[in-house]
Design a protein around this ligand. Structure first.
Ligand SMILES: [Zn+2]
Length: 212
């Protein structure tokens, strides 16, 4: 059996398992989705939001890209946020970076030409903005992990400054933004910072170091 056939087989086994445990499972799924969280994370295959939070299907609305970047000119992500906040009425948004992020390492080393390098320029900007602190770290792993943390903070600020979030706050909604990092070494999520409606965005400090 090849890998694709195996994937399809596992899917069939999963569907049978769901029905066996709850005959109405898929009947409920077709009706609607009411996820409580929008998750903006890295595409890294080791950081699977559903699995590491034990969220059932329908629990998380998810957007992933390389290095969990939030670019105001990213129409894909802006549409996701617009739908999540405006239609699904989600009031909790998580931006989650992770230990050992390849995109962040590449941003540190200077990304090459091509679409990936173009994309990562947004992470290079984060490095430039925090260069003094990051360059003072003792080794490449520490520099990379600190950039992961600073990147989560800066991307969360971009979320806070986006049109959908600003509109929700203007309506008085208690939308809360959470900046987290996932540590591949122990499987644990760590909270770095939160931004709320009354947070002064000009006064959001760099987070404490977590990935040491
Ligand atoms: Zn990553």
């Amino acid at each position: 059996m090849n890998e694709i056939e195996q994937l399809m087989l596992y899917n069939r086994a999963w569907a049978v398992e769901q029905i066996a445990g709850d005959p109405e499972y898929f009947n409920r799924q077709v009706n609607d989705q009411t996820p409580a969280f929008l998750w903006i994370g890295c595409s890294d295959s080791r950081v699977a939001p559903d699995q590491l939070t034990q969220a059932a299907p329908g629990g998380l609305f998810i957007h992933r890209n390389i290095a969990n970047l939030v670019r105001p000119d990213d129409g894909n992500l802006m549409a996701v946020m617009d739908f999540a906040i405006g239609s699904l009425k989600i009031d909790r948004i998580v931006v989650c970076g992770h230990y050992g992020c390849g995109g962040i390492k590449s941003a540190l080393e200077g990304p090459g030409p091509g679409p990936l390098g173009d994309w990562l320029q947004h992470a290079v900007k984060v490095y430039d903005d925090h260069r003094a602190e990051i360059d003072s770290m003792p080794d490449s792993q520490a520099r990379s992990n600190r950039l992961v943390e600073c990147n989560v903070r800066d991307q969360l600020l971009h979320v806070a400054d986006s049109a959908p979030v600003r509109a929700a706050w203007a309506e008085g909604r208690d939308l809360v933004l959470h900046g987290w990092v996932y540590d591949l070494r122990d499987g644990l999520l760590n909270s770095l910072l939160e931004i709320r409606r009354d947070t002064d965005l000009a006064d959001v400090a760099r987070p404490d170091r977590v990935l040491v």
